[in-house]
Design a protein around this ligand. Structure first.
Ligand code: S3P
Length: 438
């Protein structure tokens, strides 16, 4: 199974997993795409290599940092200084920027040919760079405006286009004359007024999760709107080709966007290999969320009056797995629960499906060295002891990675941080994705 991910901070809001997973399914590829909540571009690369990930998409705020870390860059990444797609070739990385062609794909597929048109770009960050570069390639007349004017001036100089100051008078004039306006602001700014906009102007905003002031004003003015999700879709289709060497079916990808999205957190399951910190993180998480903690292994021990080690010794692993599945099935009766799952729960496809059915699944990941350090001297884990005794520890961990990846919505690194910090990271992501508790 090939693994792919998207990283950024925050990242849970990203719709990329829905797009890519829909395309794998459509082509019958054995691949899985999930979110990687790394603390930096460097950490995202490090974890990708540990997991054997084949390709990584990158979003704010790591796109520029990622470009610095690549072994090789393609033309669009080199010219924009931004990487949104990383392909791993052995231990080497090649960075691409599929956003410029993504913007153009969204425009052209909406019947807008930007050639020789006047385009205004609001913002001067990674997305603005991509949009400006893509439009200039198509010979559009590009103007950039940004609240911090110096950034607009230097980006315009670098790319060879115009800039205007972020003042009502100059923006008003440029907006009146614009054929196309692309919003690339990380935070909605309320400077644009609907009366400056004319109906023939095409407006697209890179922000696809929340609405923006620009979208509201343009809608009010009756402008021709292009949904920012189309940009997301077209950049993803190009990234997909770099990742798999195959062309995706765009409409299958687009259908993935309409998949169900969670607005309320019914239960949160935490999975991961032994020693990744599940027990302490779930304890703190349950307290902070004001949810009940359900520990699957402890439930089994309570019900049978026997320790996990004894069950393995006297009845064998298959018997334990049956108890584990039954306990997981029972755990579904509680809502507002944080589920602390044993490391091997993902071995059964029925369990994997059940976990996904219960709600979001978070995967805690610590690298092999750290895991071994944490588990040193532990005698209560039969699977650990057997794998160490037979020299199979590395193989066991490696065999579990695709199973966690298939189940999880999002991976949280669980090294170099305290359980309290990891719980806070998880809660911050839940809140940023707009998933309400209760
Ligand atoms: C197991 C992990 C253990 C426990 C049992 C089997 C596994 O849970 O369920 O020993 O197969 O990885 P922890 O991951 O909480 O140690």
């Amino acid at each position: 199974m090939q693994l792919f991910a998207v990283t950024g901070k925050p990242i849970w809001h990203s719709l990329s997993p829905q797009l890519h997973n829909a395309a794998y399914q459509n082509l019958g590829l054995r691949a899985r795409y999930f979110r990687l909540a790394a603390g930096s571009a460097r950490q995202a690369l490090e974890i990708s290599k540990q997991l054997g990930i084949s390709g990584l998409n990158v979003t704010a705020p790591y796109k520029q940092d990622m470009a610095e870390l690549m072994d090789e860059l393609d033309v669009s990444a080199r010219k924009t200084g931004v990487v949104n797609t990383v392909v791993f070739k052995g231990s080497k990385t090649k960075g691409y920027n599929t956003d410029p062609d993504g913007v153009i794909g969204a425009l052209i597929n909406s019947g807008v040919n930007p050639s020789k048109r006047r385009a205004l770009i609001l913002g001067a960050g990674g997305s603005a760079r991509a949009a400006a570069f893509g439009l200039l390639q198509c010979r559009a007349e590009v103007t950039i405006a940004n609240r911090t004017n110096s950034k607009a001036v230097s980006l315009a100089k670098e790319l060879g286009c115009a800039s205007v100051p972020w003042t009502p008078s100059s923006l008003r004039k440029t907006i009146k004359d614009a054929d196309v306006i692309i919003g690339c602001l990380s935070q909605s700014e309320d400077i644009v007024q609907s009366k400056w906009l004319n109906k023939h102007t095409v407006v697209m905003d890179a922000r696809y999760v929340h609405t923006s002031h620009l979208i509201e004003q343009a809608t009010k003015a009756g402008c021709r709107m292009i949904n920012g999700r189309l940009w997301l879709l077209h950049q993803a289709a190009i990234a997909f080709e770099h990742f798999t060497g195959q062309k995706p079916d765009i409409s299958a990808m687009e259908e993935g966007l309409s998949d169900f999205r969670l607005s309320r957190l019914p239960a949160l399951s935490v999975i991961g290999f032994m020693g990744c910190g599940k027990s302490s993180v779930t304890r703190i998480l349950a307290k902070k969320l004001n949810y009940k903690k359900t520990d699957i292994d402890r439930t089994i021990e309570r019900r049978t009056g026997t320790s996990i080690a004894e069950i393995f010794k006297n009845k064998g692993e298959p018997f334990f797995r049956k108890l584990e599945s039954a306990a997981l099935m029972n755990a579904g009766r509680h809502s507002r629960a944080v589920l602390d799952c044993g490391g091997g729960i993902v071995k059964s496809i029925a369990n994997r499906r059940l976990l996904q059915f219960y709600g979001p699944v978070a995967w805690l990941w610590a690298d092999e060295e750290e895991t071994l350090r944490r588990l040193a001297g532990n005698k209560t884990r039969p699977v650990l002891n057997d794998s160490l005794a037979s020299g199979n520890f590395h193989r066991l961990l490696a065999s579990r990675i695709p199973l966690y990846a298939q189940t999880a919505d999002i991976l949280f690194p669980s090294f170099q941080k305290s359980p309290n910090q990891i719980a806070d990271d998880i809660i911050r992501e839940i809140d940023c994705a707009g998933i309400r508790r209760g």
